[in-house]
Design a protein around this ligand. Structure first.
Ligand SMILES: *Cc1c(COP(=O)(O)O)cnc(C)c1O
Length: 412
């Protein structure tokens, strides 16, 4: 096979047919015809299903799984996951509507994120979802919305922990943060809330994202449980909701090793048995995951529109680019640009024979999809596939930049 060693398990998971990558059992060239053209995003339904099954097998049954919709808010993907996970986590009114369209009850939807507007808070209270409050002032606005609507808001406090999680691709807790209420301010807030007409269910701590180190995730979960046990002492009612966050990472680059999920599962089982069960017996324990559920199940498929050699360097120019898949260009939060895995999807069986630079069709040097990658010879019309495109792809990209049409997304 022509793909780099680290990509082989991913390609094997999708499967190949006659030397082509298959998504949902359909070879990519045929899928391109079915979709009506390139570029497009394709998500493999069976891979998403398998990923949830793996988590169910490996994490303790007492732990609920939530899907963080912002990773991939395509309605078909959210509908599919709604049938597999226990709850959905949204971060905007738009995502809230998508979640409420699924068969999951509103009580299984949580709404996190800073900067919720009064309109969003009103919609969330009216819907009856759990609002994960990010500040004391937001809490006051939730209370007022409840009073105005004559409804008792279901709420949890998002806590900015007093520890940091090392090794996260994105740190979202510890130190000063726009996320959550600083842990030391939580007792005063819940004392205030005790007098208000809200249903305080518990706590949410999400300290970081894209972590591939099971030891660090386990340590963060232990510290989170310790923190919530301490906060529970100051909480007037029993804690019924304990959202431990997630942060499970996926391998994007050559040297990345997949997360040791069994190690995370063992630690969680221990926490449930020795800490949460005995001290917070009423708590629904939740792990919320975005990219881990969908990231590896998606590909971005582009077609080569030009091939040129410039002063010794061979360029493949494709019809997609950073306007659809910003992260692969290295411009979505990465400090050092590294290549996302790419392959010639319709020539998977051929040996990598040349080093090429894959660029998108935007008129900017930032639009780089693969810098010096080893690929089999590819020419105009061949399909260049970018992997790990199931999360933070299309909706995390500047689609209006250069004014090209938006790509189609399919769940196969
Ligand atoms: C973005 C986000 C997630 C998902 O993060 P992933 O890295 O995709 O798993 C989970 N929880 C909250 C609160 C988030 O904002």
């Amino acid at each position: 096979m022509s793909v780099v060693a680290s990509l082989r398990p991913t390609v094997a998971a999708f499967g190949t047919i006659d030397g082509e990558l298959a998504v949902g059992g359909v070879p990519v060239s045929r899928l391109a015809e079915r979709v009506g053209g390139t570029p497009f995003f394709a998500y493999d339904r069976a891979l998403i299903t398998e990923r949830v099954a793996l988590l169910r097998r490996t994490l303790p049954t007492a732990v609920d799984l939530s899907y963080a919709v912002k990773a991939n808010p395509m309605p078909a993907v959210v509908q599919h996951l709604a049938g597999l996970v226990d709850s959905l986590d949204v971060a905007s009114a738009g995502e809230l509507r998508t979640a409420l369209d699924t068969p999951l009850p509103a009580t299984r939807v949580s709404f996190a994120g800073p900067g919720k507007t009064d309109a969003e808070i009103t919609q969330a209270v009216a819907a009856g979802v759990t609002i994960e409050m990010e500040s004391a002032t937001e809490a006051a606005r939730v209370v007022r919305a409840g009073e105005r609507l004559g409804l008792r808001p279901r709420v949890a406090v998002r806590v900015n922990p007093d520890f940091q999680v090392k090794g996260s691709g994105m740190r979202m807790g510890g130190g000063p943060q726009q996320f959550g209420v600083d842990a030391e301010q939580v007792p005063a807030l819940v004392a205030d809330l005790a007098a208000a007409d809200v249903d305080l269910l518990g706590y949410h701590v999400f300290a970081g994202s894209q972590n591939l180190n099971a030891d660090i995730i386990a340590e963060a979960q232990r510290k989170t449980v310790d923190l919530v046990l301490a906060l529970a002492e100051h909480t007037p009612a029993p804690v019924r909701y304990l959202n431990l966050g997630g942060g499970f990472g996926i391998p994007y680059f050559d040297k990345d090793r997949p997360l040791d999920l069994p190690a995370v599962g063992e630690n969680l089982a221990d926490l449930v048995a020795t800490r949460i069960g005995p001290h917070l017996p009423e708590a629904r324990v939740v792990i919320e995951l975005g990219r881990y559920l969908v990231g590896e199940a998606g590909v971005y498929v582009t077609r080569v529109v030009d091939r040129k050699v410039s002063r010794g360097r061979t360029y493949l120019v494709v019809d997609g680019g950073m306007h659809h898949q910003l992260a692969a260009s290295g411009n979505f939060g990465q400090v050092i640009r590294r290549n996302y895995p790419v392959a010639v999807g319709n020539h998977l069986a051929e040996t990598a024979a040349e080093t090429v630079t894959v660029v998108g069709c935007l008129c900017t040097p930032l639009d780089l999809l693969g810098d010096g990658v080893e690929l089999p010879p590819a020419d105009v019309g061949d399909l260049v596939v970018v992997f790990q495109a199931g999360a933070y792809g299309l909706t995390a990209s500047p689609t209006a930049f250069l004014g090209h049409p938006a790509p189609v997304e399919v769940l196969v």
